[in-house]
Structure formats: structure tokens, C-alpha cells
Write a protein that binds this ligand. Structure first.
Ligand code: EPZ
Length: 417
């Protein structure tokens, strides 16, 4: 098993270059199936999630060439067969193969994992969209057989602005007969990135990034070249780290407006940020005051950033609150932060943080991806050594995190135990 060993207390200075967005890449790779020609995607982060999705594509018979951050996918020899559970369950985002295979072949058979540690994470809205388009769904022991004689455009209202459901319905509708409208669609930047890929292939999608997306079905999707947008959650994680331990730490290759909800909260706290066109320069401030954060769908405060923000709030004077409105179980990092010396109480989806606290390194466990990121930040703030087990969670979503941190003065090591 791998652990991350962090010696805290260093001032971090220099430049961290942010990679391509995990939550975009995990949709773009399955979306390539919809093309009848080769699709080239660059700026793809080299993380386990993208590796697994390429493994599934290869299992289906697609030809894949990868050169550093560029992937060339040739789906022309692909055979639509059941995706085995052992591959599908490696990551939640494997559900994008549902929309892509249904949209291309009008049939998909795959087993999906149930919930994960942060919540039940049902896919009822995805399935509601597929049925609206004319698909028939049979589910047995989490194995879904979804078929359609014909996919016909439909008007679909999402009870919740789900990112996954919005993208999956787009994938299923892009080659359907007629026009599909998704109302109350999610507005995350990753959705725009996927819609741009599909339009580059020849699709006719408008309104991505707004709550109403229109998809006019087309017969043919072809060759294209596309780029993954910078990862706004990785960017936000490192900006938070800079506000905690930085000295002119530059977070580079980002789209600042994608993390505006975060930067405005950090400034409210008393952090000084130099926000450029594609970078943010940040240093640890002298004094921070407590703030209230409520997670929302985009462009509100991202649920994925509330966990990395928590250790920084332990350094604020007075009381801070984080209200988590998206997931039902996204506070599993908190007992470990308290073990390190924080003073945080959780009641009814709200964490109350009393600061400032002196954090001391100790042995902790990464329970999920962003909880792991939270413990990395806590370990870098703390005095002494912090050992994080289950580090695979972190490596799923943060490309070259050890190298990126050590390059700016951190003391971080991956050990095999
Ligand atoms: C995406 O998950 C991200 N993952 C998540 O990031 C992110 O937290 C989430 O969007 C919200 O921004 C990827 O893009 C791979 P949702 P997704 O559908 O699409 C409920 C990370 O750390 N819901 O918007 O699964 C669901 O249970 C990960 O990188 C239904 O009830 O998110 C959740 O409570 C974690 N029925 C809420 O909506 C459905 O059919 C948000 O889910 C679908 C979702």
C-alpha cells in the first residue's frame, strides 16, 4: 500500500502548473466513441481515472495512442460489448459510457457501482433522460441493459442540476432524431468543454453553460482535435494551499473566473490574491477572519473545494462555517483534522470550525479524493510529520502532486509500506 509522508511547516514558493480537468477528461474520453473518425484530445491529465477509461475503450476495441498529455482515439473498430464490472466499478465516471454507447449504438450493457463514500450518488436523472429519448432500461443487480429502437429528441427537465446527468443526456441525444432540450441543466465549465468537443465533431449543441441546452441530433460525427480545460478544482486546491503556506506561490495555467466563488471567499477572509489572466499569485496572510461558506452548483462555491478549504479555516481567528448542500456525507476528513489539533464540529450538514488551531502532524487516512487533498494541505500547515494512507484516492485526481509540491519547497514523499 502507498502512503504519503509530509513534513510540514515549509514556506511554499515558485510555480505550480495546473493540469487538464479530471472532471472534463473523464467525459471527453468516452464521448470520443460517438465519432466515426479519429478524435485527438490534448491536455489530458495523466491520472488513474483517465488510465482506467482508456482501458475500457481498449477493452471495447478502440485503438488508442497516448503521447504525454495527448490521446488519439480511433473508435472505428469498436465493438459494443458488455463492460465488465471490474473495470466499470473503478470509477464513478464510467457511467459516461452509458450515454456514449447508447447514443452511438442504441444499446449499452454495463454494471455500475452503487454509491461511494461521499454519498448515495444515484443515477436516476441520467436514466430519466435516456427513457425520455425512447430507451428501455432493465436493471438487475446494478447491471443496466439500456436499448432503443430509435432515439428521438425530447424535452427533459432535471429535478436537480446534475453535472453527470446533463453530460450523459447530451451524449445520448447528440445523434438522436430531432431536437432535445435539457432544462435546469448544470452549468459547470466541464459541460461546456464536452459540448465544444461534440460540436467540433459536427454536433449541433447550443446553450451549454446555461440552464437550457438544446441539442439538434445529427447523422454523422467526425474527426476533431480538442483540448481539455484547466482543472478548476486542482487550481482551487493549490490557491488554498498558497493562502495557507505560500510566499508568492504562482498557480499557473488556470481560468480564474472558474474559481471566482473561492477567490472572493479567500479575499473576504483576508487573503491577498494577485489574479492575472491565466494565473493567481498568493501568499499566506498575517491574520485571517472566519467566513461562512455554502456549497452550490456552478457558479456557486464548488462542493469539491469545501474539503480542501477546511484546514485553511482552522487558521482563521474565530468561527467559520461550511454548509454542504450537494452530498450527504462529505465531512469524513474532519475527524482526522481534529486528530491533528483542529476544533471542528459537524451538525446537520454544517461544519463549524473554531480557530486558530495549531496543527500537529500524525497518521491519517484519505477516505475520498478531496478529503485526501484536505489532509495534504493540513499536513503542510502542521508541524511535524503527517502520514496519509489510501493515497490512491489522491493520485486519482491530482496529476504529479508529489512533484508539483516538492518543486515549490514542500517535503513530500510517497512510500510503499
Ligand atoms: C460531478 O459528479 C463531479 N464528478 C463531482 O466531483 C462533483 O462533486 C459533482 O459533479 C458536483 O459538482 C465528475 O465530474 C466525475 P452530480 P456527478 O450529478 O456528476 C445527486 C470530485 O471530487 N444526483 O451533479 O456525479 C447526487 O447524488 C467529484 O472530483 C441524483 O440524485 O455530480 C449528488 O448528491 C466528487 N441523481 C448531486 O446530485 C442523479 O441522477 C450532485 O451530483 C445524479 C445526481
Amino acid at each position: 500500500m502507498k502512503i504519503l509522508e509530509i513534513t510540514g511547516g515549509s514556506k511554499l514558493t515558485g510555480t505550480i502548473r495546473v493540469s487538464g480537468a479530471k472532471n472534463s477528461a473523464v467525459a471527453l474520453i468516452p464521448a470520443a466513441i460517438l465519432s466515426d473518425e479519429e478524435v485527438t484530445i490534448c491536455n489530458v491529465p495523466d491520472i488513474t481515472d483517465t488510465e482506467v477509461l482508456c482501458e475500457i475503450l481498449t477493452f471495447l476495441g478502440a485503438k488508442i495512442k497516448r503521447a504525454s498529455e495527448t490521446i488519439v482515439i480511433d473508435p472505428t473498430q469498436l465493438e459494443n460489448r458488455e463492460i465488465p464490472e471490474n473495470l466499470a466499478k473503478k470509477l464513478r465516471a464510467s457511467y459516461y459510457f452509458m450515454g456514449a454507447l447508447l447514443g452511438k449504438y442504441k444499446k449499452v450493457v454495463m454494471t455500475l457501482p452503487g454509491g461511494c463514500s461521499i454519498g448515495a450518488r444515484p443515477i436516476n436523472l441520467h436514466l430519466k433522460g435516456f427513457e425520455a429519448l425512447g430507451a428501455k432500461i432493465v436493471e438487475k443487480d446494478n447491471c443496466y441493459t439500456i436499448t432503443a429502437d430509435q432515439l428521438k429528441g425530447a424535452n427533459i427537465y432535471l429535478d436537480f442540476a446534475s453535472v453527470g446527468a446533463t453530460i450523459n443526456i447530451m451524449l445520448a441525444a447528440v445523434r438522436a432524431d430531432g431536437v432535445t432540450v435539457i432544462d435546469n441543466a448544470a452549468k459547470e465549465p466541464e459541460i461546456v468543454n464536452v459540448a465544444t468537443l461534440l460540436n467540433n465533431m459536427g454536433a449541433k449543441i447550443s446553450g451549454a453553460g446555461t440552464s437550457r441546452i438544446e441539442i439538434e441530433g445529427v447523422e454523422y460525427l467526425g474527426k476533431c482535435f480538442h483540448e481539455v480545460i484547466p482543472d478548476r478544482i486542482e487550481a482551487g486546491t493549490y490557491v488554498i494551499l498558497g493562502a495557507a503556506c505560500g510566499e508568492n506561490l504562482k498557480i499557473d495555467n488556470i481560468i480564474p473566473e472558474h474559481i471566482e466563488a473561492l477567490t472572493s471567499k479567500l479575499e473576504e477572509m483576508g487573503a491577498f490574491l494577485d489574479i492575472g489572466s491565466d494565473y493567481i499569485l498568493v501568499s499566506r496572510g498575517e491574520k485571517y477572519k472566519g467566513i461562512h461558506v455554502k456549497t452550490q452548483t456552478y457558479p456557486g462555491f464548488a462542493t469539491d473545494l469545501q474539503q480542501p478549504l477546511t484546514p485553511l479555516l482552522t487558521q482563521c481567528e474565530g468561527k467559520s462555517k461550511i454548509e454542504e448542500t450537494i452530498y450527504e456525507n462529505r465531512f469524513m476528513h474532519i475527524p482526522y483534522l481534529n486528530q491533528m489539533g483542529a476544533d471542528i464540529r459537524v451538525k446537520n450538514q454544517t461544519a463549524t470550525i473554531i480557530g486558530p488551531s495549531k496543527l500537529k502532524g500524525c497518521d491519517v487516512v484519505a477516505t475520498d479524493l478531496r478529503a485526501g487533498a484536505s489532509l495534504v494541505i493540513a499536513g503542510l500547515i502542521a508541524t511535524g510529520v503527517t502520514r496519509i494512507t489510501n493515497v490512491e484516492h489522491i493520485l486519482r485526481g491530482y496529476e504529479n502532486i508529489v512533484e508539483k509540491l516538492n518543486n515549490v519547497g514542500a517535503k513530500v514523499e510517497i512510500r510503499e509500506i
